[in-house]
Design a protein around this ligand. Structure first.
Ligand SMILES: *[C@@H]1O[C@H](CO)[C@@H](O)[C@H](O)[C@H]1NC(C)=O
Ligand SMILES: *[C@@H]1O[C@H](CO)[C@@H](O)[C@H](O)[C@H]1NC(C)=O
Ligand SMILES: *[C@@H]1O[C@H](CO)[C@@H](O)[C@H](O)[C@H]1NC(C)=O
Ligand SMILES: *[C@@H]1O[C@H](CO)[C@@H](O)[C@H](O)[C@H]1NC(C)=O
Ligand SMILES: CC(=O)N[C@H]1CO[C@H](CO)[C@@H](O)[C@@H]1O
Length: 492
């Protein structure tokens, strides 16, 4: 959701948590801070920010440095003896709106659950170190985050008399993976998990993402991805001819005259424009659940409508129209297509820096744990010009992590968590057919105790948003099914 104003996420795990703010730092990456600015003060009043003391390094007993982690509590539904629900924060500020809205609260109400949400280390206000210098980011990992969760669960259990209650972990997208892995690695602390739209298989190259984008556009209109492909091919050709740069600068309302000196510059620009389609597909309609807050009315149907509108001119002109619509929608004054500005921002290590809203941290996690690079390396997708090498190069540019190191780190992540071969119990894996992330998720029951819930026609994390009258029937059924599983598991 959202539109890069000057930078561009290299990587769209872009979840729930970040959806409001990821890459939106100072309006730098993505424009949607509405949720926070409009709702936050009210919610903060209702859901006080609380602070929990954590160790900086859980895996070194000789290091006693500590920091404060932010969390929220909602006791409204709790009935003594009921379960404890723990919403796991992800790669952006923990959004207190989840303490007030969302399907997990509906479950909590029915089950008398206490609801907690813990912000992920290094995101939002949970700052373990003085800045985001690369040597400090060495303490940012899913393993440290799981150890934070484990320690939080243990101490909360003791101080609030909840040790023997049944704890259920919830998360969507990357936090969905954490929910699954929390149960996997700490089964004595977590009774069950709901791991929504969770990418469980780490992979350096993730060209399947754009393949799903093709199919999701085609499900609206078979011509649509073809038109997008024609447009992006045309643009890639124009980028080879400096004589066209004045026109391109005007067409896309760039902040300064287009400069293409290296392949990185053109890749950055092409990826930024493809991002319009990637974001809309990933969040198609789902974000309307928070209409006026997180949501927009731009859907796959809207984009494909423009791409098919011959009155606007050739496919390239329609592609321009899509970019203009996104800019208007997110109040972006001009488009900063400068890769060097992006590098400058991504290497700023200040907590007040332009990428500190999550971009610098999340890209570090992709370089050091997950990969997930949504490259154009597949022929069965609509875009061109941002190959894997462009994305992996950024790991070296931003953090001095080499391509070999990325490959090794990703292999180790799968070795540690098991990838698709996860073996555990009482974890449900909901996935939406339109969501490009389902390609790395568990989409078939692993065992009867590790069921998948497939939701045809929905995008990223749809089942977590509050129910609406116009929801697809299969989405309502999925929510009911997950509830039934929870009821069943809480009796075990
Ligand atoms: C720039 O756009 C104008 C107006 O559409 C067109 O006449 C001209 O040929 C274009 N210039 C180049 C170099 O493509
Ligand atoms: C979206 O909503 C805005 C404001 O209500 C409206 O002006 C605009 O035309 C709508 N756009 C689409 C594509 O429906
Ligand atoms: C990092 O960002 C902050 C806040 O925008 C800015 O004040 C500072 O000058 C930047 N640092 C560098 C090295 O660019
Ligand atoms: C980058 O990494 C290499 C090898 O890991 C190391 O030798 C080098 O000193 C690092 N450079 C910087 C600037 O940290
Ligand atoms: C798109 C996709 O992979 N969907 C899968 C989600 O999970 C179900 C199992 O419930 C599979 O049958 C689907 O293929």
């Amino acid at each position: 959701m959202a539109f890069p104003t000057s930078g561009q996420p290299v990587n769209r795990v872009v979840l729930l948590f970040m959806s409001s703010v990821f890459l939106a730092a100072e309006g730098h990456y993505r424009g949607i801070m509405k949720f926070n600015s409009v709702q936050d003060s009210k919610q903060r009043a209702m859901f006080e920010e609380l602070w929990f003391t954590q160790k900086l390094d859980h895996f070194n007993g000789a290091d006693s440095r500590e920091w404060k982690q932010r969390y929220f509590v909602n006791e409204a539904f709790y009935k003594p003896g009921g379960p404890v629900f723990l919403m796991i924060g992800g790669e952006g500020p923990a959004n207190p709106a989840w303490m007030q809205y969302g399907t997990w609260l509906t479950y909590a109400e029915k089950l008398g659950a206490l609801c907690l949400m813990l912000e992920h280390r290094f995101y939002g206000k949970s700052h373990p170190t003085v800045d985001l210098g690369t040597e400090n980011l060495h303490f940012l990992s899913s393993r440290q985050a799981l150890a934070d969760l484990a320690h939080f669960r243990t101490v909360m259990g003791q101080t609030r008399g909840l040790t023997n209650m049944k704890w259920v972990a919830f998360g969507g997208s990357y936090p969905g993976s954490l929910a699954a892995w929390f149960r996997l690695k700490y089964p004595h602390l977590v009774h069950a998990s709901v791991a929504t739209s969770a990418p469980l298989y780490a992979t350096v190259n993730f060209p399947e993402y754009l393949e799903v984008v093709w199919r999701s556009l085609a499900s609206e209109n078979t011509e649509c991805p073809l038109q997008v492909k024609m447009a992006s091919d045309t643009l890639a050709k124009l980028l080879k001819d400096p004589k066209t740069f004045d026109n391109i600068t005007k067409d896309f309302n760039l902040c300064s005259k287009l400069q293409i000196q290296t392949e990185m510059d053109s890749a950055y620009f092409l990826e930024m424009l493809a991002g319009n389609f990637m974001d809309v597909v990933q969040y198609n309609q789902d974000n309307r659940a928070f209409e006026g807050v997180l949501g927009t009315n731009i859907t796959i149907k809207v984009l494909c409508g423009i791409m098919g509108d011959t009155s606007l001119g050739d496919p390239y002109a329609r592609y321009v129209a899509v970019a203009r619509l996104m800019m208007d929608t997110f109040s972006v004054k001009c488009l900063d297509a400068s890769f060097s500005n992006y590098v400058r921002d991504m290497t700023n290590t200040s907590w007040d820096g332009p990428a500190a809203g999550g971009g610098r941290q999340w890209v570090y996690q992709t370089c050091s744990e997950f990969g997930f690079y949504q490259s154009t390396d597949s022929p069965n997708q609509p875009f061109i010009g941002f190959p894997l090498v462009y994305q992996v190069r950024q790991c070296a540019d931003f953090y001095n992590i080499s391509a070999e190191q990325v490959a090794e780190a990703v292999a180790q992540t799968n070795e540690y968590y098991g990838g698709y071969e996860i073996r555990s119990s009482r974890i449900v894996f909901p996935n939406g057919s339109i969501d490009p992330w389902h390609a790395l998720g568990i989409t078939q029951d692993v065992t009867a105790d590790l069921p998948a819930v497939f939701i045809k026609g929905t995008a990223h994390c749809a089942n977590m948003y509050p129910a609406r009258g116009e929801d697809l029937p299969q989405l309502s059924l999925a929510r009911d099914h997950i509830f039934m599983l929870l009821q069943q598991w809480l009796k075990q």
